[in-house]
Structures are given as C-alpha cells and as structure tokens.
Design a protein around this ligand. Structure first.
Ligand code: ATP
Ligand code: MG
Length: 275
C-alpha cells in the first residue's frame, strides 16, 4: 500500500501540500480531482520519489521515498504518466521508448517483444511503432507515454491528466484498458482528471483543494454533495445535476445517479412523490 503521513511541500513560502495524510490500498481505482493548482501533480510526483517530502513521509509497500537506496525498487513499483508528453520520452523511436522499461527490468527479448506489442495495441498505435517520437502529434506522444507505463506493468500506475490531448474515443479506450488492468491483475490505479464522469467510475474519489484533501469517499457520496462540488471549484455530473434539480422541484428520484443510464432508469421507474 501507499502510506502518506503529514506530507508538506511549499514553493516560494506558500504551502502547496499542507499536511496530507492518505492511505491507498493495493488493488483500488482512485480518482483525484481538484481545481487547477490544488496540488494534484505535486502529490503525484511524491509517489515515485520524483519529489522527496519536505516534511512527512511517503511509503510505498513499506519503502520510504526519502531512502535513496530504495529508489530503484520504488520506481519499479510506481509508474507515472504526466500531462505534458514532451518531457517523458526516453528514446527517439516509439518502439525503443516502449521497450525501455521491460529491458531495464531484465526481461528476455521475447517477453519484451510481447509487452511492446501488448502496449502499442492497447493504446492503438501499432502503426507508429517505428516512427520518431519528435515527429508525432501531442496526442500521439501521450499515447506513447501511456504505452510505456503499460509495458512496464508497475503495481501502481499514476495517470496525471495524461489523456488531455486525446479525442473522446481514444480517452475511452485508455480508460477501458486501465480498468481492465485494475480488474484482471489488481493493478492499483491513481487517475488524476478534470473529467467528473471519469472519476465517477472509480472506487474512491479524492478531492484536493489548496494543498489539502477536502473530501475522500465513494463516488456516489461525493457526487451527491452539490455544496462540496461547487466549493471545490468542480462541476456536478450532468446526470446528478439534473436529478438534484428535479429533487429541488419536488421530484425526488431517490439515489443520485452517476450515469445517464442510472438517470434514465430512475426517471422511468418514478412513481410520484418521494421515494
Ligand atoms: N516547480 C514549481 N515551482 C513553483 N511553484 C510550483 C512548482 N510546481 C508547482 N507549483 C505551484 O504549486 C501549486 C500546485 O501545483 P500542481 O501542479 O501540483 O497543481 P495541480 O492540482 O496539478 O494543477 P493542474 O490541475 O493545473 O494540473 C500551483 O500553485 C503551482 O503554481
Ligand atoms: Mg497537474
């Protein structure tokens, strides 16, 4: 598990992470939301020792990120993909970049090839395999970075708004793949996003605000709380907003829906009065 205790970080005298306590169990799918500048990426960078705590501790399966002798083992366990695809490539050709992690993990040539093929297929860029990363679009670079982490198969995968440049179809494809890794192999997923509907699919939603954890819970509770969502600078899910408006007007559909399907079901099953 990931255990964060009293984590603090400041930039230019301003607290960017303010005494964060957070436990992340293995096997979960956690979404992190929060307005711009709330500290999400700074938190993410502490998870694989790209940043070391100024105060407090971050432990990955019992290994302290400030222990430099554990650095390699921590980075093997926690992989991160960032929003900006330009700074992430470690090689100039797509397949070499995807091969980097498996080769460094000491896998055989066959295993490495299997992982490259799997990762490129999963993100849908097999055709770009021999292309130079410099010539790719921003979205294609993001897909290459995502393929890199899929080929690495760390136990904890952190995705920091890494699908921001992709079209809805590609975003969906990546999210489906990540859900599959979570379901099939128990890979722990930390999905940082500005998309409420993506967060609604998580087991657990964390809202950051001003360097603190403002809310932490199951998506249904979080997305039913209109006051919490708006005071965090976020938007309600469209279906939840509609259900809450109906409730305000005397039509209580019961449990706040998280998907259009749930909303449709609640509306079609509505029998009048409050449920
Ligand atoms: N290297 C840095 N130097 C100075 N300030 C920084 C640095 N990195 C982050 N900050 C500041 O820390 C705060 C938190 O930044 P962070 O990138 O963690 O937020 P975020 O929640 O990821 O935002 P976004 O949604 O825009 O990605 C911001 O005010 C940012 O300007
Ligand atoms: Mg960020």
């Amino acid at each position: 598990m990931i255990k964060i205790t009293g984590l603090c970080r400041s930039y230019e005298g301003r607290a960017v992470l303010d005494n964060i306590d957070l436990d992340i169990e293995k096997g979960g799918f956690i979404a992190i939301l929060g307005r711009n500048g709330s500290g999400k990426s700074t938190l993410a960078r502490h998870l694989n020792a790209l940043l070391i705590p100024e105060r407090g501790n971050v432990e990955i399966d019992g290994m302290d990120t400030s222990d430099s002798s554990a650095l390699f083992a921590i980075r093997e366990r926690v992989g991160i993909v960032f929003q900006n695809p330009d700074s992430q490539a470690v090689a100039s050709i797509v397949e070499d970049d995807t091969a980097f992690a498996p080769e460094n993990l000491g896998l055989t040539e066959d295993e490495t090839e299997e992982r490259i093929a799997f990762a490129l297929r999963a993100v849908g860029i097999e055709r770009l395999r021999r292309r130079s990363i410099n010539e790719l679009s921003g979205g294609q670079k993001q897909l290459t970075a995502i393929a890199g982490i899929l080929a690495m198969r760390p136990e904890y995968m952190v995705f920091d708004e890494c699908t921001s440049m992709l079209d809805p179809e590609a975003r969906r494809r990546i999210l489906d793949c990540v859900h599959e890794l979570n379901n099939k192999y128990g890979t722990t997923i930390i999905w940082i996003t500005h998309h409420m509907d993506e967060a609604a699919e998580a087991d657990r939603v964390i809202i950051m605000d001003n360097g603190t954890i403002k809310a932490d819970g199951a998506p249904r509770g979080i997305f039913s709380d209109a006051a919490l969502i708006s005071s965090s600078g976020l938007k309600l899910l469209e279906c939840a907003a509609l259900a809450l408006r109906l409730r305000d007007n005397g039509y209580d559909l019961g449990t706040v829906p998280l998907t259009a399907q749930e909303l449709a079901k609640a509306v079609s099953g509505y029998t009048g009065g409050s449920k």
